[in-house]
Design a protein around this ligand. Structure first.
Ligand code: ADP
Ligand code: ASP
Ligand code: MG
Length: 421
């Protein structure tokens, strides 16, 4: 029996040539022989591919410019990694770009989510092509795997759902458990015609968990630009504490509330098979990092602060000041679902219903138009949702002090605040 481990490297770890070189070092320090390495698009390339899609639908004369920027970014990395542009990897990357241009030339579909997945997936295809070639060059033998041959989904483009049985079977057939395999995060293929799908933004962590689950892996390690999971978002809070150990349940809560260091879907498959998840720093690969697994809820036991910015708070009341009844609220949920608004928090009173949503797919105007037909509507854009777990009242007060709190909700372990800053 070969026990494998799964590593995942995100965009930040391969944002430039130095990052790719460091990835090779991390593999050396870790010293694992049988490994699946899941890699995201380089740096912020997924945003750059999104711009290609936006231009394709709305600003066609800019498509070539946006593709050229992507080519330029990857060429710079290639030049930093390989001594000659005669290396076959240059041709491979150019071929991928040519394939993308051909798709855009020939495509007749006006379905934005479908086109999005066909285009944006090239970020991962290019990054893994480059990393695989570089590792070979430095003597780290590896097999390149197209994740679309393994991860099978439905046809919900941009947010596809995994078909577990088909995926399990493909992974059992295709994966060579010996040696190092390099593959893409985030991308998959749908079960009908094998067309490319994606698992949702930041979905590469989830890919790592899918491989681990289907292979009964020993563990998953996601390599980050932070020492591990911290008790507070370091982009906002100056003082943070490294969490040594977190239970699956607590980690699922933290990810669900928006601790963006772990993608929320990642933990369920790992919990089901009790596969530990390590979050470690690619800048300090020998560091202990954080272990998510069986055992203590939180070690050290401390309060956790999570924030989600750029949310929308919408309040509805009935046009005739009647009570907000279940049938009204039912309609609201139906429309939120239709416009793909992720609901973060709800609060209900006799005559009003308030909901805090994540306007991920830019569909606020369409939703508001629909809501205005049935309710009196008021809303605030650009609000921040803070979630505080295991906090003392003093800590909550301190956080509230310099903010305008629009809504507050408390239960036993969790306080949530919607604030305007
Ligand atoms: P990846 O390169 O894998 O895509 P991300 O950028 O998605 O990595 O996640 C790492 C980032 O998550 C960190 O740089 C940090 O700013 C942010 N982050 C938010 N909350 C936390 C937290 N509680 N602990 C650690 N990092 C956090
Ligand atoms: N490249 C994808 C994104 O930026 C997936 C990921 O990085 O996890 O969303
Ligand atoms: Mg990411």
């Amino acid at each position: 029996m070969v026990y494998m481990k799964v590593f995942k490297f995100g965009g930040a770890s391969v944002k430039d040539a130095e990052g790719v070189k460091n990835l090779a070092k991390v593999l050396e320090v870790a010293g694992e022989k049988d490994l699946i390495v899941v890699i995201s698009a380089m740096g912020k390339m997924t945003n750059a591919f999104e711009l290609v899609v936006t231009n394709y639908f709305g600003n066609i004369q800019e498509v070539t410019t946006s593709i050229n920027e992507i080519v330029h970014y990857h060429h710079k990395i290639l030049e930093g990694l390989f001594s000659t542009d005669k290396h076959p990897v240059f041709l491979k990357v150019n071929q991928l770009i040519a394939e993308l241009s051909q798709f855009l030339d020939k495509n007749k579909s006006k379905q934005h989510p479908f086109v999005y997945d066909q285009v944006v997936s090239y970020g991962e295809l290019i990054s893994t092509t480059i990393v695989s070639a570089y590792l070979e060059e430095t003597g780290i033998k590896n097999t390149f795997l197209d994740a679309r041959d393994c991860i099978i989904t439905d046809t919900k483009y941009r947010d596809a759902n995994v078909k577990w049985e088909a995926t399990q079977q493909r992974i059992s057939e295709v994966i060579n458990k010996k040696g190092i395999t390099i593959t893409q995060g985030f991308i998959a293929s749908e079960y009908k015609h094998n067309l490319t799908t994606t698992l949702g933004r930041e979905g590469s962590d989830y890919t790592a968990a899918i491989f681990a689950y289907c292979l009964n892996a020993d563990s998953v390690t996601i390599w980050k630009d932070v020492p591990g999971v911290l008790n507070a978002d370091p982009r906002y809070f100056k003082k943070t504490t490294l969490l040594n150990h977190i239970s699956y349940k607590e980690a699922i809560e933290l990810a669900f509330y928006g601790a963006s260091v772990i993608h929320p879907k990642t933990l369920q498959p790992l919990q089901r098979k009790e596969i530990p998840l390590y979050v470690k720093s690619f800048l300090n690969p020998a560091g202990a990092g954080t272990c998510v697994g069986k055992g203590a809820t939180l070690d050290p036991k401390t309060s956790c602060f999570i924030l989600k910015s750029n949310q929308v708070l919408i309040s509805l009341s009935s046009l005739d000041f009647n009570f907000m009844m279940e049938d009204h609220i039912g309609d609201v949920f139906k429309w939120l679902h239709e416009f793909k608004m992720k609901v973060e928090l709800i609060q209900n009173s006799a005559i009003s219903f308030t909901v805090c949503v994540d306007n991920k797919y830019d569909s606020l105007d369409a939703l508001l138009a629909k809501l205005r037909g049935a309710f009196k509507v008021s809303w605030n854009e650009g609000v921040t949702l803070f979630t505080i777990r295991h906090a003392t009242p003093v800590e909550v007060k301190r956080l509230e002090a310099d903010k305008t709190v629009l809504l507050k909700q408390e239960n036993r372990d969790t306080v949530q605040l919607v604030v305007m800053e």
